[in-house]
Design a binder for this molecule. Structure first.
Ligand code: NAD
Ligand code: UFG
Length: 348
């Protein structure tokens, strides 16, 4: 089976790519390297070679906004009699702050990029899609756990682009309910790394997110962790989130492929999280105990746009996809740390 994976050299895409290749899928990656390194692909190849796995990977360096490039991928596949059977679409921009400063860029890359892709898929009669949506579309609600029918009310342009894309799916599916098979997966907080330490999260500049910041404090790249608020309405006053091991998240995509293959047509919006909420202080304590270190931290005021609690109701994913997250918070800390210690400067 041939999969087009857009954004396949990014944090999430690289883990999905590795799993797909390990399981015998033929993978075409389209990535502009706007927020990733070409080294990722070398890492994946080396890992698979070392494990004596035979695999089929093709890399296209290109922009999702360039319709000719996407067109060419489908055309070449047909010429080689290896049609693209399914698309996993992750290429896009994900920084909330950047989206506030440059909203048009976010609409351009995320929305127009997806529109290009859908137009081309339609042209080449490829109707199966797994998409990377986000829990950010649920906005500022604290009512947890969050299920898929929760109100959609994003509070930043990044979130708005994900909602617009989901609306596009809705219209497209309803235009012919016998044709399209789409899973829009709403990720919560993907963290950790592949247990081998060959691939992981490598943010550019100072990390905005808790986990990469934490591992950089542990390795000495950052002095201390800023805890954004100890006065939230939670047990210990710090913010609660749903951290899901990146391999569990990647496995959710494989389960989605199986699901789409079992259907004549469908459109499903599905939460992918661990289903558990952990506070910032709980994360610090677990990380310290998992890797045996002390994390210096300082309490700061609340970060704008944060909520007290956000974690997923994952019963739909369990029921529909037959998927369940398997890895513990301890495993997340160990694998995230393993990646950081083996790659103190990421892919550089
Ligand atoms: P990432 O930045 O590591 O990966 C995105 C990839 O897309 C990168 O390799 C980047 O180079 C590529 N890309 C960006 N613009 C492109 C363009 N115009 N053309 C082609 N390629 C382009 O991010 P990630 O964490 O792996 O996220 C992947 C997807 O999942 C994104 O769409 C993101 O919005 C979504 N998501 C991520 C999270 C998270 O916490 N990481 C949460 C929810 C949803
Ligand atoms: N936090 C700190 N210090 C830090 C970073 C974060 O205390 O240095 C706290 C935050 O206040 C929050 C928790 O740690 O309580 C998690 O914060 P992250 O930035 O790691 O994650 P968020 O849940 O805020 O946001 C992430 C992505 C969003 C996405 C959302 C839901 O950054 O784009 O998950 O998927 F929308």
């Amino acid at each position: 089976m041939r999969v087009l994976l857009t954004g396949g050299s990014g944090f999430i895409g690289s883990h999905i790519a590795l799993l797909l290749l390990e399981r015998g899928f033929d993978v075409v990656i389209l990535d502009s390297y706007a927020n990733s390194s070409p080294n990722v692909i070398n890492r994946i190849n080396t890992y698979l070679d070392k494990n004596d796995l035979r695999y089929k990977i093709e890399i296209i360096n290109g922009d999702i906004r360039d319709k000719k490039i996407i067109d060419n991928i489908f055309l070449e596949s047909i010429k080689q009699s290896k049609n693209i059977d399914i698309v996993i679409h992750l290429a896009g921009l994900k920084s909330v702050s950047e989206s506030l400063n440059n909203p048009l860029h976010y609409w351009d890359v995320n929305v127009l990029g997806t529109l290009n892709l859908l137009l081309t898929m339609k042209e080449y009669e490829c109707y199966s899609l797994v998409f990377s949506s986000s829990a950010t579309i649920y906005g500022l609600s604290d009512s947890v756990p969050i299920s898929e029918d929760h109100k959609i009310s994003p509070i930043n342009p990044y979130g708005e682009t994900k909602v617009a894309i989901e609306k596009m799916f809705f219209d497209l599916y309803n235009s012919n309910t016998n044709l399209w098979k789409i899973c829009s997966l709403r990720y919560f907080n993907p963290v950790g790394a592949h247990p081998s330490g060959v691939i992981g999260e490598d943010p550019v500049g100072t990390p905005n997110n808790l986990f990469p910041f934490l591992t950089q404090v542990a390795i000495g790249r950052q002095k201390l962790l800023n805890v954004f608020g100890d006065d939230w309405d939670t047990k210990d006053g710090s913010g609660i989130r749903d951290y899901i091991h990146i391999i569990d998240l990647a496995e959710g995509h494989l389960a989605s492929i199986d699901y789409l293959n079992s259907k004549e047509s469908c459109l499903e919006f599905i939460n992918l999280g661990s289903g558990n909420g952990y506070s910032v202080f709980q994360i610090i304590t677990q990380f310290e105990s998992s890797i045996g270190c002390q994390i210096p931290f300082s309490i700061q005021s609340r970060r704008e746009g944060d909520v007290a609690k956000c974690y997923a109701d994952i019963s739909k994913a369990k029921k529909l996809l037959g998927w369940t997250p398997k890895r513990t918070l301890d495993q997340i800390c160990l694998d995230g740390w393993n990646w950081q210690i083996k790659n103190p400067n990421g892919y550089r």
